[in-house]
Design a protein around this ligand. Structure first.
Ligand code: ATP
Length: 366
């Protein structure tokens, strides 16, 4: 007798505090070169209903951690609680059921090339013994959800990368899981298609209240859709928190290195003209200040206030501000007449009249 499937009603979680909890998690692989400590002392809760990003250098342990959530990897130490259930104690039959509550999508889509879009999506339902009329209803629902209703007879080889990932997403959602794991889901896609897939994941997170946990090497993906982010380094937690906080003021050197490509660096022509000391007396020059914004305490780059607080006809030379989760972050590079007498720079970052979180004089240009 096939079990009942609740997929025609929207998923309604019993509002657990955390979708996933890692409790002192450790993982050691045995390899021919000896034991490899992939994860160590991971204590972390992933809130229900959020989009949670995991980043880290290659080999930091992201995949190992993600795959412990559905026991594709068994931890060697500690526990993983999924919606409050310690999954290490599940029997094989219980694990099969549990895995239906955790969808997963992959970088290379993992579709069956000999099956149509329809059959790829229907397969997990058929394997679970869902009656054919219900399979039909559910596959149609999912094709609509991912915007592929007109492709149901197509084979994967006739689909673009974005369309293949849409099939992967539909297949991952067949059992109406409360959790979706994404393993480099947009890494094989061009920027425009990446945007469309990220929008779909956001939509699924909001409309279906599914917790989305993703690993990626693309920091822009985290900035674009994640609520919270974990940074792993050598199998340990480097730092974690709301994306705007971690991206606005990265504390750990690993995070700083990962985020470096997103920084609005000085353009080469300006950097090459900067000198550490002011030129000889009488030579016209500008002093160059850099104003940094971390997103803390609602402090915004207010150009009128900056102009009123700085002497010497301030002019904007370069800069970039991103807005992440409503917080302005980045830096502005400002040139001032060389002869202007600068105020105490620390005073520009304090109190109600602060114009930035940090101000540095980075040099002089003639
Ligand atoms: N099956 C395995 N056997 C032995 N060592 C492994 C195995 N799988 C992973 N490792 C090692 O565990 C560590 C963590 O690997 P993992 O794949 O989790 O990192 P990652 O951050 O996902 O890396 P990447 O970004 O390159 O995919 C690495 O040192 C890796 O070589």
């Amino acid at each position: 007798m096939p079990e009942a499937h609740p997929f025609t009603t929207p998923h309604q979680p019993p509002t657990p505090a955390a979708a996933v909890v890692f409790d002192n998690l450790g993982k050691i692989y045995q390899s021919s070169a000896g034991p490899v400590e992939a994860l160590q002392g991971i204590n972390l809760a992933i809130p229900s209903g959020c989009i949670y990003g995991m980043i880290g250098r290659s080999g930091a342990g992201k995949s190992s951690l993600l795959r412990t959530i559905n026991r594709l990897e068994e931890p060697t130490e500690g526990r993983v609680l999924v919606e409050g259930v310690d999954i290490s104690g599940l029997s094989q039959a219980e694990l099969v059921k549990q895995r239906r509550r955790i969808g997963m999508i992959f970088q290379h889509f993992n579709l069956l090339s000999a099956k149509t879009v329809w059959d790829n999506i229907a397969l997990p339902l058929r394997v679970a013994g869902v009656p054919e009329p219900q399979v039909k209803v559910r596959v149609n629902e999912l094709l609509d959800l991912v915007g592929l209703a007109d492709k149901h007879h197509s084979y994967p080889r006739r689909l673009s990368g974005g369309q293949k990932q849409r099939v992967g997403i539909a297949r991952a959602l067949v059992h109406n899981p409360p959790i979706l794991l994404c393993d480099e889901a947009t890494s094989a896609l061009d920027p425009e298609t990446t945007q469309a897939i990220l929008q779909l994941l956001k939509d699924i997170n909001l409309r279906l209240n599914i917790t989305v946990i993703l690993i990626t090497h693309e920091m822009s993906v985290i900035r674009e859709i994640a609520d919270q982010v974990l940074v792993l380094e050598n199998g340990r937690i480097a730092e974690h928190g709301p994306v705007w906080q971690v991206f606005g003021a990265p504390q750990h050197p690993a995070t700083q290195a990962l985020l470096a490509p997103l920084q609005h660096r000085l353009p080469d022509d300006l950097a090459s003209r900067l000198q550490a000391q002011p030129p000889a007396a009488g030579q016209a020059h500008q002093q160059v200040l850099q104003l940094f914004y971390t997103g803390q305490a609602g402090l915004e780059p207010d150009l009128a206030r900056i102009a009123a607080s700085l002497p010497g006809n301030p002019c904007l030379l370069h800069g970039g501000i991103d807005r992440i989760q409503g917080h302005a972050q980045g830096n502005l590079v400002i040139g001032l007449d060389g002869a202007a007498v600068l105020p105490d720079l620390a005073s520009l970052t304090q109190g109600a009249s602060a114009i930035a979180h940090r101000v540095e004089c980075i040099g002089y240009v003639v």
